[in-house]
Design a protein around this ligand. Sequence first.
Ligand SMILES: [Zn+2]
Length: 184
Amino acid sequence: MRNGLIRFLKMRVVTVDCNSCGAPLQVGAKTRFVTCRYCSKRLSIQHSESAVYTEVLDDIKELTDKISQDMEVIKLQNQVEQLDLEWMLQRESFMITSKNGGEHLPTTGSHMVGGIFPAVFGVIWIGFAASMGAPGVFPLFGIVFIAFALFSTVSLPGKVKGYQNAHTRHQTYRRQLQLRLRQE
Ligand SMILES: [Zn+2]
């Protein structure tokens, strides 16, 4: 009875050497993982056709952790690059072409000049045309200028706001990515 029990157990128990300290370990025939009683290393038990052996799990884990960490860094760096590229394109769409052909970003200052100038010009024009006794179509030009001034005063703050919002969004997201990069 007792011998039978031992035989029964032996069929299900294999001896493997710890890959770290070399100590013999009895493990179940189908056991996949074991912690060495002597050196406390976590081991993975490899069942090949001809042999059963152990691999130190911590080393494998460390290596895969390192690889996945590197991958994460590369991924984050790519994301920052992509974000900057998208921002450059987005920034371009906010650009205002000035009269001399140059491009600039919408600012509150440029909107003031862009609005006040035609308005003042329009008022002077109307006054001038009226004092000259010019036909009705001439003072109307002044109204066109004032209308343009009003339009740019109304539309530009929207652009300024849109640009500033987009810029803030970009900066916030970029900062988050950089923060995660530093943590890696
Ligand atoms: Zn060991």
